[in-house]
Design a protein around this ligand. Structure first.
Ligand code: HEM
Length: 406
């Protein structure tokens, strides 16, 4: 008899190495019913299924309030001003249009020299120290510095900004698997309040005295005659913290980890820096920073012979889709020159990641700088690394390494 399929997305062992379970999911349980959870939750594992779900926002909604009816977070979910990532249709289109006006490729390109200087400064200190936690030394502070600079957070306030960023993602996604505690709800409210008190006066200052930053761009942005109101701007800023920081920290950390575990690939990259963009794409596929992308069924739907009821949650496992053997040749091989590489790590469809170019550039700069300034990067031990608290991320919370200068 076949072994039962136990897929507990909060279990540390599963999170550390989910790939055998994903493979069984793809071949035997392409639609898995999570009977054990408080909400009706399903998981899908095949690339085509995940892509189809993300493509069709008429059946698969990004608005989750209906799914949480009767739970501790129902009221909170309803009264909160959703950011674009949690909206469908026209409201999503409007916000995305407004933010697109401010968050242009030029805004990113203009900061490249500053990004290189920030990465170099962080890596210099790390190399001088010799043995460091790479998360603390580089992968965490770097994206926070970059986004704070892009938004226009004054340098003296950046430490506070970093703390907000950590608090914003600490329990991201856990609400699909367990009831959210009163403390977590209160902590979310508290965070929202602190950020509101900080950003509303700053935005007002930009309105009166425009600067060369994203906050000014958001204040001025106009799309089909409408502007962002205060609540919308605040949710957008929180979204940038949630969607932009931990994801990029994770990508850079995973790049370092995969290169350390595949020394032949690290050697190839050191020898030929033109392989860098492809190497980052392969890290995105092989160790996808965001493991799942959720949607709510707006009507009863059937898939692989199962009925998915209205308002059920379906988790599209990006981490599994990116290892689908129907799409990727030898999917479990880490190959920095893989071509083609149609991974869906930045999502797909109308919610496709708005920061993908920024994330790619940051990761390339961070790894390029690290390789250029070292002759050796290695783990200091073989102990399993502590995991990030949120099940959304495939991320190590600490990466102790030894660095030898170039
Ligand atoms: C490696 C880094 C990153 C990864 C893996 C990533 C992944 C994703 C994914 C999977 C989505 C789709 C969510 C959905 O379908 O509901 C998304 C959306 C989004 N991302 Fe990223 N992201 C990264 C970096 C960034 C950065 C640096 C920013 C901005 C500073 C950013 C801003 C956004 C925004 C605003 C959305 C929502 C777009 C919408 O709803 O239309 N992301 N990201």
């Amino acid at each position: 008899m076949a072994a039962p399929f136990v897929f507990n997305a909060l279990d540390p062992e599963t999170r550390r190495d989910p790939y055998a379970l994903y493979a069984r999911g793809r071949s035997e349980f392409p639609l898995h019913v999570h009977d054990e959870l408080p909400l009706p939750v399903f998981s899908i594992f095949l690339y085509d299924d995940v892509q189809t779900m993300l493509r069709d926002d008429t059946i698969w909604s990004s608005e989750f309030a209906e799914a949480f009816t009767g739970t501790t977070v129902a009221d909170e979910t309803r009264k909160r001003q959703e950011s674009m990532i949690g909206l469908d249709g026209k409201p999503h289109h409007r916000l995305r249009g407004l933010v697109n006006k401010a968050f242009t490729p030029r805004v990113v390109q203009r900061r490249e020299a500053q990004m290189r200087a920030s990465a170099a400064a962080l890596v210099d200190i790390a190399v001088e120290t010799g043995e460091v936690d790479l998360v603390e030394a580089l992968t965490h502070p770097f994206p926070v510095q970059v986004i704070a600079e892009i938004i226009g957070v004054p340098p003296d306030d950046r430490e506070r900004f970093k703390v907000w960023s950590d608090r914003a993602v600490s329990n991201l996604g856990t609400g699909f698997f367990e009831n959210t505690s009163e403390e977590d709800i209160a902590a979310g409210e508290q965070l929202f309040g602190e950020m509101r008190n900080y950003f509303i006066p700053l935005a007002e200052a930009r309105r009166k005295n425009p600067q060369d930053d994203l906050l000014t761009g958001l204040v001025q942005a106009e799309h089909e005659g409408s502007h962002l109101d205060h609540a919308e701007m605040l949710s957008m800023l929180i979204l940038l913290l949630v969607a932009g920081n931990e994801t990029t920290t994770t990508l850079i950390g995973n790049a370092a980890l995969e290169l350390m575990s595949h020394p032949d690939q690290m050697q190839r990259l050191r020898a030929d820096s033109s392989l860098m963009p492809g190497a980052i794409e392969e890290v995105l596929r092989f160790a996808s920073p965001v493991q799942f992308d959720p949607r709510r069924a707006v009507k009863p739907t059937s898939l692989h012979g199962h009925e998915i009821p209205e308002n059920a949650i379906v988790l599209g496992w990006i981490g599994s889709a990116n290892r689908d053997e129907k799409i990727f040749e030898c999917p479990d091989v880490f190959d920095i020159s893989r071509q083609p590489n149609p991974h869906i790590s930045f999502g797909f469809g109308v919610h496709f990641c708005l920061g993908s170019n920024l994330a790619r550039l940051e990761a390339q700069i961070a790894i390029e700088t690290l390789l250029a300034k070292t002759s050796l990067i290695e783990r200091t031990d073989d102990e399993p690394l502590p995991l990030h608290e949120s099940p959304v991320f495939r991320a190590a919370a600490k990466i102790p390494v030894r660095l030898e200068p170039a």
